[in-house]
Design a protein around this ligand. Structure first.
Ligand code: 5GP
Ligand code: ZN
Length: 131
């Protein structure tokens, strides 16, 4: 059984497509967190960014950049959030790789991204672990 984005790609269920080529499709997110909220999706099914092949990912991010510029220009947005959620713990609900393009108008938009410091980390240990 194919996932909901595969069904959109196959035009089995309708969507508002703003861009399409041989390997990528972009359509308006139903939720419209802000005006122009768009999803950019590879046509081949990858569950998430970690599973995507490098060539597809390179093309996907290039299309995302091109559309982010277009959406900002045409909606007169003042900024943009480009987001990817990977796995449920990070908020992924549709298990088919996608980038969100969320144009931003001001700080009162219906999306808030805030970074709060949590427990102190040992940066030397972390650096050794991650290097
Ligand atoms: P995630 O939480 O996985 O990063 O985001 C999934 C997004 O897909 C959500 O913002 C949700 O509104 C959107 N979405 C889910 N189902 C559909 C659908 O059938 N059509 C469209 N256009 N968007 C969908
Ligand atoms: Zn899929």
């Amino acid at each position: 059984m194919s996932c909901i984005f595969c069904k959109i790609i196959d035009h089995e269920i309708p969507s508002s497509v703003i861009y399409e080529d041989e390997s990528v499709i972009a359509f308006l997110d139903l939720s419209q967190v802000t005006k122009g909220h768009t999803l950019v999706v590879p046509k081949k099914h990858f569950a998430n960014i970690l599973e995507c092949d490098p060539d597809t990912l390179a093309h996907l991010i290039q299309v995302t950049q091109m559309l982010a510029k277009r959406i900002m220009e045409r909606t007169h947005a003042n900024g943009v959030n480009i987001l990817n959620n990977t796995h449920e713990a990070a908020g992924q609900t549709v298990m088919h790789l996608h980038f969100h393009i969320i144009p931003r108008y001001d700080e009162k938009d219906a999306i808030q991204i805030e970074f709060h410091e949590s427990e102190k980390q040992n940066l030397e240990e972390l650096c050794a672990l991650l290097k």
